[in-house]
Design a protein around this ligand. Structure first.
Ligand code: GLA
Length: 747
């Protein structure tokens, strides 16, 4: 049993293979957080660690009367409330029927059940009864009757604890929820660094690590999407944490809209982290009896550093979040025409690319933006999901059949959530666009956002997309979203409900994704938002891969993919080889290196093959062969960041190892050349110490490679890269570990 409740002490122990999460329904019904860390075997009640003291200006709940040592202002809480004497970051704020803001939640009851709770309409991890249990704790404000159900999912083998919550208006009056976080975690010290992933369009998920300071620090998005600018994944780690060692607490929100991750260090140097929907632009009206379900947050703890934390997230996402036929199936190696042609193509041009693609071994052609409505530039046409046959010079079916006849699959681009003023859809339904009456709004890439809170709008888009999908053999969709939201307004909602739009929009998006992925289970969906502007666990529930960035420059991608790898599995990263000079940076890099970098992801090409020399095509042929060989390792194996791109500016290296720790792939990119250079030695990871491995024609022991390292050749050209297979050699008399013995593979 992963969840143990002690009736005498009121202590809940949530046990995973290596961690314990502990809380207690204590005096006066307050649910206190006691511990999250290395596994405690005996379930001891750690409430002795809370030192009670009389702290001035930290008042006491009335029931404590003149006991000045009982204060919510410094006691660790499981779900902090606004207005009840805890002045730190709150998890919930309400406006009650009488206009007051106080909410004071007390433990009421709980329920433990095998398997995983579900969150209808929202992405959530799933697992079976053998994999873990769930706990639901009901808290209630005795005065208003407002209830909050805290959900906990415990994935034992994966060292994962999920959290979510539901607010139920149990009062007699309409209540406004102003803020409701998904998770609150109190830690009893502040010797921690805050690691987060910031960025911009074409430079997503740059890792930043800063020591915590007193007061609040936060990251978040109010753009309607999770955004390029901050990612809904943060890590709190001890000041000396490295890839191999150190306490790391991860927190990931499975949500694709506005979010807030807020960390506060309090007066006695304790840390609180809360994460959930961003309270700006958010307020939700609940009539008596109505409920609001908040998105799921996924937590993991390890004392073995970033590498192990990433492994926990990678395995959990792959095995308990990705769904559908494509979750574990080998994804086709694709060619996308965006950087090859932009809007300037017709059916014949695409067939030409497809012919050359077939010749080098590519398996799918993706027709990107520009095939529908009147769309020869990004100024018009969004919303008109009718094939522009005049531009293609044929029907979609004729084009797809032609591509299929060549032996390639066919994929297509959509941007379903958008509308251009210059479109037939806008002429017919100007009110479907989100725009505040009397304001012109804000244009981004000549487009506006459709009101996806509306069922009729979504139904129209579903029908239009289905018509296209039913008309030809389409096996892949790139689902794009190319602007941030503002001037948010829905003509379908009354004034007091305008604060619900951002969340309702995300629910609408998930609803449409659910419908289409169910209706077309054989289609591989790829998420995209101007590259990686919506790279989050929420989208991964529907789309098992996401275009990582519109920046296809291999050297810039080193940093983007490095940051992405902390939380997200490598197979989720859409990654393509593009032309040189690179269209975003103008940089020249060897084709081999572009291949090395793109292979750390779901692989493809984004260039005009008809313009490539035979020599270049031969390189591409061998890259494709190689990727096919390593596909399973890249998608399902363990991933290790070895060095760079920040600490070591001469080389960035990474490595894949299968779950048996037997076969792997080493990759390195030289990022700076030097005269008379010092030797470049990179230490490998995740191998078996006493196993022998063949690497680049030589035999080494696992310990030599891990502790001594591998000596790289002296680089001969700028941005040169190295890819070496790591081949475990069967030895007589030596048993190679089976996957279950050698690792904690979840499936
Ligand atoms: C976004 C995507 C690109 C491409 C263009 C098409 O920017 O990230 O890959 O599809 O849209 O307009």
């Amino acid at each position: 049993m992963a969840i143990i409740y002690n009736e005498t002490t009121g202590v809940f122990n949530l046990q995973t293979e290596h961690t314990t999460y502990q809380m207690k329904a204590g005096e006066f019904g307050f649910l206190l957080h006691l511990y999250y860390g290395e596994r405690l075997e005996d379930g001891s009640d750690l409430s002795y660690l809370i030192q009670r003291a009389d702290r001035g200006f930290s008042g006491n709940p009335y029931e404590a009367r003149y006991d000045r040592t009982f204060s919510l202002d410094y006691f660790p809480q499981e779900y902090s409330c606004f207005g009840n004497g805890d002045y730190r970051a709150d998890s919930i704020q309400t406006v009650n029927g009488d206009g007051s803001n106080v909410i004071d939640l007390r433990y009421c009851s709980h329920r433990i059940h095998p398997g995983k709770y579900t969150l209808p309409g929202l992405p959530a991890m799933f697992w079976g009864e053998d994999d873990g249990d769930s706990l639901e704790i009901t808290l209630k404000d005795p005065v208003t009757g407002i209830q909050v159900i805290l959900y906990y999912g415990v994935l034992e083998k994966g060292d994962i604890i999920t959290r979510a919550c539901k607010v139920i208006n149990g009062s007699k009056d309409r209540t406004e929820v102003r803020k409701a976080m998904s998770v609150c975690l109190d830690i009893n010290h502040n010797q921690l660094d805050f690691v987060h992933f910031y960025g911009r369009h074409c430079m997503e998920r740059q890792m930043e690590r800063t020591p915590l300071h007193h007061g609040k620090q936060s990251v978040g998005s109010v753009r309607g999407t999770s955004s390029h600018h901050h990612n809904p994944f943060i890590i709190l780690c001890d000041r000396h944490a490295t890839e191999e060692r150190g306490d790391c607490y991860g927190m990931m929100l499975l949500y694709s809209g506005c979010f807030l991750a807020e960390v506060e260090v309090d007066q006695i140097h304790q840390t609180r982290a809360v994460m959930g929907i961003h309270p700006d632009q958010f307020s939700f009206q609940l009539e008596p009896g109505e409920k609001l379900v908040l998105p799921e947050a996924v937590m993991s703890y390890t004392r073995k550093g970033f590498s192990n934390l990433s492994k926990n997230y990678h395995d959990a996402i792959r095995n308990h979040l990705l769904r559908g036929e494509w979750a574990h199936k080998r994804r086709p190696i694709l060619i996308n025409n965006w950087e090859a042609t932009y809007f300037d193509f017709d059916g014949e041009k695409l067939l030409q690319i497809a012919r050359d693609a077939k010749d080098v071994g590519i398996e799918m052609l993706v027709m990107d933006d520009g095939w529908f409505g009147e769309r020869d530039s990004d100024d018009s046409g969004l919303g008109d999901w009718q094939v522009n046959e005049a531009k293609l010079g044929c029907t979609l079916k004729e084009l797809v059949d032609g591509v299929n006849r060549l032996g390639l699959k066919f994929g297509i681009w959509f941007e379903p959530e958008m509308i251009c003023e210059n479109s037939r859809l806008y002429q017919a339904h100007p009110d479907w666009m989100m725009r505040v009456p009397g304001r012109k709004g804000n244009i981004a890439r000549a487009q506006f956002v459709l009101d996806f809170t509306r069922r009729d709008v979504r139904a129209y888009i579903e029908e239009a997309m289905s018509k296209v999908l039913d008309s030809a053999n389409i096996e892949y969709i790139k689902w794009d979203m190319n602007r941030s939201m503002c001037n948010i307004f829905s003509a379908a909602l009354p004034p007091e409900r305008q604060g619900e739009i951002c969340h309702r929009y995300v629910l609408g998006l998930y609803d449409l994704l659910e419908r289409l992925t169910t209706k077309y289970p054989y289609i591989l969906f790829e998420g995209c938002s101007g590259g990686g502007g919506r790279f989050d666990g929420g989208m991964l529930y529907y789309t098992p891969q996401i275009w990582c960035s519109d920046d296809t420059d291999a050297i810039e991608r080193l940093k983007i993919q490095y940051g992405t790898s902390f939380g997200y599995p490598i197979g989720a990263v859409g990654s393509h080889v593009s032309a040189c000079p690179n269209h975003q940076t103008g940089r020249l890099t060897p084709l081999e290196t572009r291949g090395t970098v793109a292979m750390a992801g779901s692989f493809g090409y984004e260039l005009d093959l008809t313009k490539m020399t035979e020599e270049e095509k031969n390189i591409i042929r061998s890259q494709i062969e190689e990727y096919k060989k390593y596909d399973e390792l890249i998608h399902e194996g363990d991933y290790y960041r070895l060095c760079g791109p920040y600490g070591n500016d001469r080389v960035t290296a990474w490595q894949f190892v299968d779950k048996e720790k037997k076969n792997g792939l080493f990759c390195a990119v030289i990022t700076r050349l030097q005269a008379n250079p010092a030797p470049l030695i990179v230490k490998l990871k995740g191998l078996q110490k006493d196993m022998r491995y063949e690497v680049n024609g030589k035999i080494y022991s696992g310990s030599a490679l891990m502790y001594g390292g591998m000596l790289l050749p002296v680089p001969k050209e700028e941005y040169e890269s190295f890819r070496y297979e790591i081949k475990g050699i069967e030895q007589e008399g030596r048993t190679v570990l089976s996957p279950s013995e050698s690792c904690s593979r979840i499936r």
